[in-house]
Design a protein. Structure first.
Length: 165
């Protein structure tokens, strides 16, 4: 029995390390704050679409806005943003008007704008030039590790927003 103890202990250590890496439980208690400046002041008047986040699997709040930049590029800006931290969280543009569940994100199609820079604060994400905002109409915070939608902001222009009020 004493010879099995070190083997069992080693297996438990490996399994424990793997579980920690998969779930990253410390991220439930550690916030990652960012405060990126807006790329240019002149782009603020070139707002294309925007929307307020609603919660999915985790409380998520703030505003998502797409701006056209002077050089022709598009940027998604998250302002007054806050959500839960987690492992492998990304910012997606989803090919749907809204995404209130996980299946909508997976089935509608999405463009991955990159890893979430922080779970709290203002941040910017470049949008690839070939992305059609008439098709990709929602910004989603997505945990790729567990296929979970943290929250979504339906993106609308000002005239669409006034019709929905």
């Amino acid at each position: 029995m004493s010879k099995k103890y070190p083997v069992i202990l080693a297996v438990l250590v490996v399994v424990g390390a793997g579980a920690w890496y998969a779930f990253r439980p410390e991220r439930l208690f550690i916030n990652q704050r960012v405060n990126e400046q807006f790329p240019t002041a002149s782009a603020a008047s070139n707002k294309l679409v925007s929307g307020q986040f609603h919660s999915g699997a985790h409380e998520t709040k703030g505003t998502a806005t797409v701006f056209a930049m002077a050089d022709g590029k598009k940027t998604l800006r998250l302002t007054d943003f806050a959500t839960s931290n987690g492992p492998d969280v990304h910012v997606y543009l989803v090919a749907a008007a809204d995404a209130k569940d996980n299946d909508t994100v997976k089935n509608a199609g999405f463009v991955d704008l990159g890893s979430l820079k922080g779970n709290i604060g203002d941040q910017n994400y470049d949008i690839p030039a070939n992305v059609d905002l008439a098709k990709y109409r929602a910004a989603t915070i997505w945990c790729a590790r567990f296929n979970v939608n943290f929250g979504t902001a339906p993106l609308m222009n000002d005239s669409m927003q006034s019709m929905n009020r």
